[in-house]
Design a protein around this ligand. Structure first.
Ligand code: LLP
Length: 414
C-alpha cells in the first residue's frame, strides 16, 4: 500500500504522524503540502542501512524538495547536500549546510554560481563540460583557492528503465561526458593547476526500475578511473525508486547494494538520493470543488492542479489519491482534475473514490513530497500553496512556508 508508517488512517481520519490532516487544513486551508519529517528521517536512515556495506556519504538532492525545514532536519541528521544552482546552494547554506558538505552538480553552472560556491568553500564540483573546467580553474585562481575537488560526470551511454523525460544516461542526453572525453581530460589534468581530479560521478536517471543499467554504468566508471589512483571517490547519484501505486513492485535495494559493494569497496562512496527520502513523506491536500458526470465518466474538479503538482501532466506520472475521511462507501472510477485552463491539467486519469464524493470533501494526493512544490508555478495567477511540516519528534506541526497571496504575485511588477 502507498500509505506508510507516517501517512496512515487513525480512527477513520487520515493523519500525518499523529496529526489529523483535517485539523491542519481547518487552520491552513487548501491546497497544502504536508511533509512528515519523521518519515523523511526514517527514509534517510533506511537508505544508510540498506547500503551499509558501502558506507555511503549521503548528499540529499535539494532539487527534490528544498523547503528549509526539510533541509534543516536532514542536515542536522548528518546529510550533506547535492545542489544544481547558486539558488540551491544559497538555500542549503541558509539551512545550515557547511560548504564542504555540498556537492555542486549541473550541466550549466554560471560563472557567478561557480564563484559563489568557491567563496563558500564548496566540497565538490561535479563537472559535465570541458569549458566548465577552465572557468572553475580560473575562478579558483582568482579567489586564491587551490585543490578544488572535481568529480567528472560520466555519460555511460546506457538506457535506464524509467520515463524518458527523467532518463539521463543515454549517449545523446545533455548530461555528462563520454568515456573518451573524460579519459582525455584525466590524461591532461596537470593543465588545471587549481583543480584536483579526485572523483567520478554518475547518475543515469530517476525512479530507476531495474538495476542492470546502473551496474553497467558503474562498471564503465570504475574501468575509467582504475589507472588514476588519486580518484578515490565514486558518486553514484540518485535514482532509488519509490512506490506511487498501491502494491507497486520495486527493485530489491539491498540486493543491489550487495551487488555493487565488492566493486565499490576500495572507494569512498557518495550518493545523491532525493525522491527516496522525501516523496512518500509528503501529501498534497486538496478540496473537491465540483463533481460532474460527462461522457460516462465521473470527473472531480479539485482546488489543486498542475500548478501545484505537475508530475502527472509532464510525465504521465501516477499519484494515488485517497479521501481524508475513511469510508466504507462503494467507490467509482473518477478522473481528478484541476481548475487550470489546460487539457493536461489532470491529477489522476482514474482513481477509485467514494460514490458520495461531493463539494467540500478533502482528498490527499499521495507520494507528493518530491518534485511537487519545487516544480510548482503560478500559471493562471494561482498563488503557490502552503507547506506544513510535522516536526522531527512528531510533537507538533507548523507552517514551513506560508501560502502565497495575490499581492505576492504582483509585487515584482510594482
Ligand atoms: N543526482 C543527480 C545528478 C540528479 O540529476 C538527480 C535528479 C538526483 C541526484 C536525484 O535523483 P532522485 O534520487 O530524486 O531520483 N522531476 C522529475 C525528476 C527529475 C530528476 C532530476 N535529477 C520527477 O518528478 O520525476
Amino acid at each position: 500500500m502507498v500509505l506508510n508508517t507516517s501517512i496512515t488512517y487513525h480512527d477513520g481520519q487520515l493523519t500525518v504522524d499523529q496529526h489529523a490532516i483535517s485539523t491542519i487544513i481547518d487552520e491552513v486551508g487548501t491546497p497544502t503540502y504536508i511533509y512528515s519529517l519523521p518519515r523523511a528521517l526514517s527514509n534517510y536512515a533506511q537508505i544508510k542501512a540498506q547500503f551499509e556495506a558501502i558506507q555511503p556519504h549521503i548528499h540529499y538532492s535539494v532539487k527534490a524538495n528544498g523547503n528549509l525545514a526539510v533541509l534543516r532536519a536532514l542536515i542536522k541528521a548528518g546529510a550533506g547536500v547535492d545542489v544544481v544552482s547558486g539558488g540551491e546552494f544559497f538555500r542549503a547554506l541558509k539551512a545550515g549546510a557547511k560548504g564542504e558538505d555540498i556537492v555542486f552538480a549541473g550541466v550549466g553552472k554560471t560563472p557567478e554560481d561557480i564563484r559563489y560556491a568557491l567563496e563558500n568553500g564548496v566540497g565538490w564540483f561535479n563537472v559535465e563540460n570541458v569549458d566548465e573546467l577552465d572557468i572553475i580553474n580560473q575562478q579558483a585562481q582568482a579567489a586564491g583557492v587551490s585543490s578544488v575537488k572535481i568529480a567528472m560526470r560520466l555519460n555511460p551511454d546506457v538506457k535506464a528503465n524509467t520515463h524518458h523525460h527523467i532518463a539521463t544516461g543515454h549517449g545523446t542526453a545533455k548530461f555528462g561526458l563520454s568515456v573518451a572525453i573524460i579519459r582525455d581530460i584525466l590524461q591532461n589534468q596537470t593543465k588545471y593547476a587549481n583543480l584536483r581530479f579526485a572523483g567520478i560521478h554518475l547518475h543515469i536517471g530517476s525512479q530507476l526500475q531495474d538495476t542492470q543499467a546502473t551496474l553497467q554504468a558503474l562498471q564503465s566508471a570504475i574501468d575509467l578511473i582504475r589507472p588514476y589512483p588519486d580518484i578515490q571517490t565514486v558518486n553514484i547519484g540518485g535514482g532509488i525508486p519509490v512506490a506511487y501505486r498501491p502494491d507497486e513492485q520495486l527493485p530489491d535495494i539491498e540486493q543491489f547494494a550487495a551487488l555493487i559493494a565488492p566493486t565499490l569497496q576500495p572507494y569512498t562512496v557518495f550518493m545523491e538520493p532525493g525522491r527516496s527520502i522525501i516523496a512518500d513523506a509528503g501529501v498534497l491536500i486538496t478540496r473537491v470543488l465540483y463533481v460532474k458526470e460527462q461522457a460516462g465518466q465521473r470527473i472531480a474538479i479539485v482546488d489543486a492542479s498542475m500548478t501545484e503538482l505537475i508530475r502527472p501532466a509532464l510525465y504521465q506520472a501516477y499519484h494515488h489519491i485517497v479521501p481524508i475521511k475513511q469510508t466504507s462507501a462503494a467507490t467509482v472510477p473518477t478522473q481528478v482534475v484541476g481548475p487550470v485552463c489546460e487539457s493536461t491539467d489532470i491529477l489522476s486519469q482514474e482513481v477509485a473514490l467514494p460514490i458520495d464524493l461531493k463539494h467540500g470533501d478533502l482528498l490527499a494526493i499521495l507520494t507528493a513530497g518530491a518534485y511537487g512544490m519545487v516544480m510548482a508555478s503560478t500559471y493562471n495567477a494561482r498563488p503557490r500553496p502552503a507547506e506544513v511540516v510535522v516536526d522531527v519528534d512528531d510533537s507538533q506541526w507548523s507552517i514551513a512556508r506560508r501560502r502565497e497571496t495575490w499581492d505576492d504575485l504582483v509585487k515584482q511588477e510594482e
